[in-house]
Design a protein around this ligand. Structure first.
Ligand code: PLP
Length: 400
């Protein structure tokens, strides 16, 4: 028996963070690296939000707060759900944590026992399966390929449900595919879920505001109100307001689950950062210009990247509905050899060769549970994206 726990051996470090670290190491050695692996907006947090944080410090809001969020932030979150999602929640049904990540972690740790199953459509955000494993649950991964728009079908959902299914995790728009569920696609899933009362729905809505071409975002509790009493609607300020470093996420759910999550949080982080909570309140209750402006910028970048990648031999890149990622297929490159002599045996070999031979850092598809693909985060400048796409094209043209 070693010093480290069995629990720890079940999980691996985040592969997206690993790739970003590798790119930073190469850059520090003087290599010209374009990093497209990190999942955060490249903009600064809007000024009025930063000002609210400075004012909070000066007003002395620098102490412990209520465990799962200040009353005024919870009210701002209730207003947000009512205004943007048509969802009516009371403050007692709201929880605030240190990033959306802690909300997910709390929910899974508070509810899973050995043998409990969690359905996770792939490609998935890298942390879902590992969080389930840490909580002693069993991830049930359902592959949702490019041919079905990376979306879970009602048939595949129904086939994956067992008496031990405790949660279905949905993430629309998705990291890494950018795929979004419109009302009809969401309703097809909620119709199935109505028939299985043992299944709770964890809806990760963190990319809600990053939707393009007039796509209308919907969340399960809004589409099917009869599921509201077994849904955790999770969201946060990281992606919507360029606030990844502030670490504020939140969730809405029945009071019994919210209380259980608060119990757990009271014995781990106590409360999210007091100053960040005031900043998050300003983000949710204040002017929303940043949301619209950043959406337009991301849509332009998406178009630039999709067009550029589809001009690369061996790559097929569908057009995503949202988020700031594309998830192209490299089926046409598998088995070929790069100009520098690397065999592209799988998507991990592709991503490594791309980094070593062209200096472009992307994340390989196996990390997200669906191969052969790779993920590009286009949350960087147009100039960097243009250069990256040109390098990827030269790389693909050199493969034979
Ligand atoms: C799908 C998804 N959910 C949740 C998160 C967590 O974000 P945060 O903890 O910054 O709120 C991320 C961040 O990358 C994400 O991509």
């Amino acid at each position: 028996m070693g010093f480290l726990s069995d629990r720890l051996s079940r999980i691996k470090p985040s592969p997206t963070i690993a790739m970003t670290t590798r790119a930073a190491e190469l850059r520090a050695k003087g290599r010209d690296i374009i990093g497209l692996s990190a999942g955060e907006p490249d903009f600064d947090t809007p000024l009025h939000i930063r000002d609210a944080a400075k004012a909070a410090i000066d007003a002395g809001h620098t102490r412990y707060t209520a465990v799962d969020g200040t009353p005024s932030l919870k009210r701002a979150i209730c207003d947000k759900f009512a205004r943007e999602n048509g969802l009516d929640y009371a403050p007692s049904q709201i929880t605030v944590g240190t990033g959306g990540k802690q909300i997910l972690f709390n929910a899974l740790l508070a509810t899973l026992d050995e043998g409990d199953e969690v359905i996770i459509p792939a490609p998935y955000w890298v942390s879902y399966p590992d969080m389930v494993l840490l909580a002693s649950g069993t991830p049930v991964v359902v592959e949702c390929g490019l041919e079905q728009g990376f979306r879970l079908t009602p048939q595949a959902l129904e086939a994956a449900i067992t008496p031990r299914t405790k949660w279905l995790i949905l993430n629309s728009p998705s990291n890494p595919s950018g795929a979004g569920y419109d009302r009809a696609a969401m309703q097809a899933l909620t119709d199935v879920l109505l028939r299985y009362p043992q299944v709770w729905i964890l809806s990760d809505d963190i990319y809600e505001h990053l939707v393009f071409d007039g796509f209308s975002f919907v969340t399960p509790a809004q589409v099917e109100p009869r599921l509201k009493d077994r849904t955790l609607t999770m969201n946060g300020v990281s992606k919507a307001y360029a606030m990844t470093g502030w670490r504020i996420g939140y969730g809405a759910a029945p009071e019994s689950l919210i209380r259980a999550m608060a119990k757990l949080q009271s014995q781990s982080t106590s409360n999210p950062c007091s100053i960040s909570q005031y900043a998050a309140e300003a983000a949710l209750a204040g002017p929303q210009d940043y949301v619209t402006e950043s959406r337009a910028v991301f849509q332009r970048r998406r178009d630039l990247v999709v067009a550029g990648l589809n001009a690369c031999p061996g790559i097929e890149c569908p057009i995503p509905q949202g988020a700031f990622y594309v998830y192209p297929s490299i089926k046409g490159l598998i088995g070929k050899t790069s100009a520098a002599g690397t065999l592209i045996a799988d998507d991990e070999a592709f991503a490594n060769a791309l980094l070593e031979e062209t200096g472009v850092a992307v994340v390989f598809g196996a990390a997200f549970g669906l191969s052969p693909h790779f993920r590009i985060s286009y949350a960087t400048s147009d100039q960097q994206l243009t250069e990256a796409v040109a390098r990827i094209r030269r790389f693909c043209e050199g493969c034979a």
